[in-house]
Design a protein around this ligand. Structure first.
Ligand code: G4P
Length: 522
């Protein structure tokens, strides 16, 4: 196969959701289709205890969750599917966000009994910022949920994206009858035994389906579908690919119901790896020279070896085991002798990879998050990874003042690696660290102790809303206890607002001060 053909087979996506919406269940069902596992319930050991995606770090073991995202890949029809898992726990971190820079599309799982929840909203914001196409799986139709029209209205209002129901449910919970498949003009009947039968619209008047069409739920849904056909948005693949419309699929990941139809439709529509911007212009995915960027570094995956793995999103060319690449930031040549690819939790050595694939390479402590590696001699770098505004803050000091050298070195390296974000107080220069999720602090503390022999003490500051200042000269009198003034790593002034209220109050009082939200910069 040519590189172009390989690229055109690749579908790389992440599944995002709020915890408990059904991401794991959906992933397991998809893996079943890919024949990757024979039995559902083996992706993570949280509940079944059978199998943990990773036993890389103590924290992971203690908490029974996967700290960092893993990658699953499998062939499906003519496609090569790469699913990047994003931690579904509330303690998600910047890694979760960065994973979204390495995918070409996203599946958003929503619990139909709850609608849009906090974490979905946060992750959606990142997808929106990057213009990633989003496909929605409205899960748990086998439970008593909210009205479908209301759920779609909520997506439109809260997330500000057009919706197009690809199918439409008749009833829900105990009275869930199935879905109108608007793509294929058929009704897909649901039975609680899990079977699916497709009945073409034209056959619905046959006497054998009388027991179905007689239901009030069927009639109501039929009217609503007619209404949507007449007055709803039109389906537009262009809009979908531009991230302006989300196709919505109703179903149940657990039953499973509607998952295969969803996946077939999604996988055909989802974009293949696109050209990427770099400092030397746009790089085509079928460019013969291998290139990629690092979006995540995971340390201590194996406590015995203390190794670090850098996750690379391949952007062009053909990756081959043992090849040599150039690290664009330093211009140094590196031999990728121990490249590894991840399938579920098994590490296996891979022979080749193409644009869209994710590879894990051994990191002899040289990589930074956002680094570009390339085979070509003309060095270039892919666009910098966006920075995500931290949401939680802690003041940090060394437990043992005699060890301030290790303390400083550890912080410096972990910050450079992108594990945590560093701020300094205006006059005292004391350290404040910021993270997207609580878990990042724990990982930081663990690594400071184990890798730098420096025990750290935290003082909780709590949630803050950061805004960057553009003022040339900062007038410190403008700020008070509700708005702490700090500097970021580069020395730029940043205000940490206590809450929305203090942010808005400040804006009202000082309309002349320009406040920048990192999401606007990215
Ligand atoms: P997550 O990865 O997004 O956190 O969610 P997960 O798949 O673990 O699912 C959360 C809970 O919701 C699980 O129940 C799961 O069985 C249930 N669930 C997922 N999809 C569906 C669905 O389509 N219908 C129904 N009725 N339930 C669904 P649990 O009780 O927390 O765990 P378990 O003991 O059942 O595994």
């Amino acid at each position: 196969m040519t590189i172009q053909e390989e690229v055109n087979r690749r579908k790389t996506f992440a599944i995002i959701s709020h915890p408990d919406a059904g991401k794991t269940t959906l992933t397991e069902t998809l893996l079943l289709f890919g024949n990757l596992i024979r039995e559902a319930g083996t992706v993570k050991g949280k509940k079944t205890g059978k199998f943990a995606t990773s036993d890389w770090m103590e924290i992971e073991k203690q908490r029974g969750i996967s700290v960092t995202s893993s990658v699953m890949n499998f062939p499906y029809d003519d496609f090569q599917v790469n699913i990047l898992d994003t931690p579904g726990h509330e303690d998600f971190s910047e890694d979760t966000y960065r994973t979204l820079t390495a995918v070409d599309s996203v599946v958003m799982v929503i619990d139909a009994t709850k609608g849009i929840e906090a974490q979905t909203k946060k992750l959606f914001k990142v997808c929106r910022m990057r213009g990633i196409p989003i496909f929605t799986f409205m899960n748990k139709m086998d439970r008593e949920g909210r009205e479908p029209l209301e759920l779609m209205e909520e997506i439109e209002e809260v997330l500000d994206i057009e919706t197009y129901p690809m199918n439409y449910p008749a009833g829900m919970g105990k009275r869930f009858l199935g879905t109108f498949d608007r793509q294929n003009n058929q009704f897909v009947r649901f039975t609680h035994e899990g079977a699916e039968t497709a009945i073409p619209y034209d056959d619905l008047s046959n006497p054998e389906y009388e027991d179905l069409v007689i239901h009030e739920e069927f009639k109501v849904a039929q009217d609503e579908v007619a209404l949507l056909d007449e007055a709803g948005e039109e389906f537009s693949l262009d809009k979908v690919l531009a991230g302006k419309q989300t196709p919505v699929y109703f179903g149940s990941a657990l039953a499973p119901f509607g998952v295969e139809t969803f996946f077939d439709s999604f996988i055909n529509m989802a974009p293949t790896p696109a050209p990427r911007k770099s400092t030397e212009g746009v790089v085509q995915p079928d460019n013969p020279d291998f290139s990629g960027f690092i979006f995540k570094i995971q340390a201590n995956m194996n406590p015995q070896h203390r190794d670090r793995i850098a996750f690379v999103r391949v952007c062009s060319g053909k990756f081959e085991r043992d090849m040599s690449v150039n690290l664009a930031r330093t211009g140094k040549k590196i031999n990728l002798a121990q490249s590894q690819q991840f399938v579920a939790s098994q590490r296996g050595t891979i022979e080749e990879a193409y644009a869209g694939d994710i590879i894990g390479i051994y990191d002899p402590n040289v990589y930074h998050i956002g680094d570009t590696i390339t085979e070509s001699r003309e060095l270039f770098e892919y666009d910098e990874l966006p920075q995500f505004p931290p949401e939680q803050y802690k003041a940090v000091t060394a437990k043992n003042v005699m060890k301030s050298k290790q303390f400083k070195k550890g912080i410096e390296q972990l910050v450079q690696e992108g594990a945590i974000q560093l701020f300094k107080k205006f006059h005292t220069e004391s350290y404040i660290i910021g993270a997207v999720g609580e878990l990042q602090f724990e990982v930081f503390q663990y690594r400071m102790k184990n890798e730098y022999n420096s025990e750290v003490v935290f003082e909780d500051i709590g949630e803050r809303i950061p805004r960057w200042l553009t003022m040339e000269k900062v007038d410190e009198n403008l700020f008070d206890s509700r708005s702490t003034l700090v500097r970021d790593r580069e020395g730029n002034p940043v205000v940490l607002f206590k809450n929305e209220f203090s942010l808005n109050l400040f804006k009202d009082r000082h309309p002349e001060v320009e406040l920048i939200d990192l999401y606007e910069v990215n």
